[in-house]
Write a protein that binds this ligand. Structure first.
Ligand SMILES: [Fe+2]
Length: 414
């Protein structure tokens, strides 16, 4: 039940837009079993003639209920003296209080156009890459890097001329993988993969054209492909997902290793990722990871990359009968990884973001551990729950009409 003081404050309250400069947001945590403490805080605000316009709360921890609730209050602040005085008094009640507008957070894109400005690079091939001793392959990778750098999100993607060798590699990959899907892939993948084949977007004898793939995906879920060679930072990659933008390579894997690619290639992107990104529920799950990454601390970015990898790249789905199906793009685009993931060898665990975030993945090898979910709604809800515990001084949402990020509270670095 709302306390009388809280009701009095909120009865005339409306949510103020964060752009108002004489606003401040205070965040504080009240431990469990401290009756009356919220009343004391609110009374302090009232006594200093400050107008409270919004209040929200969330559990301070989803693991430890004894940590109580974290509150964020928006107040009008006609002068800094009043704010300082209030903060001092609130500290006596709850130990600490944070003025959110004074916090620095890592810079993150706010507008769709910000994404075009992200740095990308052509990363030298590692010595164990199958193409590292092939100068023609390296030269081709650099060509694709230049094409990617010249692409913008507002322009039609270019038509790519793939060589006969690249087309041959595509055919080898396609012929090896496509017969396997009916048995091993999840239903969402099968539906969209078939649709892409029926529409002629995925063809047997031709490397898919990124422009056609992009048009298809945009029409399905609003996800858009951004050609890259490699993103400079993991943070940038994850931030793109918040805007329903998926960074995508253009090159073909080396012909000597068609059944497993240690880095993403066009076959991986189009066969592995796109049919899944074309599913609405899955698209929301992917975007949740992106939203969680906006303004997140560096150690949290690494945890989110672990979650991204264990779900979007190598995730499995298991129904109540124990049938194991694949939805992870890296498995779906690799014969070797399909055979390994569905064998008796790897360890399987039910997807738990609070645990999976702490397990570092190894990008170059076949995996020893796979996480499975029951369905994508479950995965999305778990991801939202995880994201709600991140120590960020604001909530971020994506405005699909404006193609921009809306934030609940002002922070200093914008
Ligand atoms: Fe991938």
């Amino acid at each position: 039940m709302l306390s009388r003081a809280l009701f009095r404050f909120m009865s005339s309250a409306t949510k103020a837009p964060f752009e108002i400069t004489d606003m401040a947001a205070l965040m504080f945590t009240l431990p469990k079993n401290t009756p009356g403490s919220l009343n004391q805080v609110l009374q302090t605000i009232l006594d200093n003639n400050l107008n409270l316009v919004h209040i929200e709360s969330r559990p301070a921890s989803l693991i430890d209920a004894d940590k109580g609730f974290t509150f964020i209050v928006d107040i009008e602040t006609p002068n800094n003296n009043s704010l300082e005085n209030v903060c001092k008094k609130i500290k006596k009640v709850c130990g600490d209080v944070t003025v959110l507008g004074s916090l620095d957070v890592p810079l993150f894109p706010r507008r769709f156009s910000d994404i075009d400005g992200m740095q990308q690079l052509v990363r030298p091939l590692h010595h164990d890459h199958p193409g590292s001793m092939d100068p023609n392959y390296w030269a081709r990778r650099q060509e694709f890097g230049i094409i990617a750098k010249n692409c913008t999100l507002s322009q039609e993607l270019p038509r790519i001329q793939y060589t006969s060798d690249e087309t041959q590699t595509w055919q080898t990959v396609y012929h090896a993988l496509s017969p396997l899907y009916k048995k091993i892939a999840c239903s969402e993948f099968l539906l969209n993969f078939k649709e892409m084949e029926n529409k002629g977007i995925i063809k047997e004898n031709e490397v898919p054209q990124i422009a056609e793939v992009n048009r298809y995906l945009l029409g399905k879920t609003g996800f858009q492909l951004k050609p890259i060679s490699a993103m400079e930072k993991d943070r940038d990659f994850l931030n793109c997902l918040a805007f329903r933008v998926f960074p995508t390579t253009l090159h073909m894997r080396h012909h000597s290793h068609p059944y497993f690619s240690i880095d993403p290639d066009i076959a991986h992107e189009v066969i592995g990722h796109v049919p899944m990104l074309a599913d609405p529920e899955f698209a929301e799950f992917v975007q949740e990871i992106g939203l969680a990454s906006l303004g997140a601390a560096e150690e949290e970015i690494q945890k989110l990359m672990n979650l991204y990898f264990y779900s979007i790249e190598i995730g499995l789905i298991m129904n109540s009968e124990g049938d194991r199906k694949v939805y992870g793009a890296r498995i779906l685009s690799s014969v070797d990884e399909i055979n390994h993931a569905l064998s008796i060898h790897p360890e399987l665990r039910h997807f738990d973001p609070f645990q999976a975030c702490n397990v570092k993945y190894h990008r170059k090898d076949l995996q020893g551990l796979y996480w499975f979910c029951s369905d994508f709604r479950e995965a999305k809800v778990l991801m939202q729950r995880y994201a709600s515990t991140l120590q960020k001084p604001f909530n971020a949402t994506y405005d699909r009409v404006q193609k921009s990020i809306k934030v609940s509270h002002k922070v200093k670095s914008w």
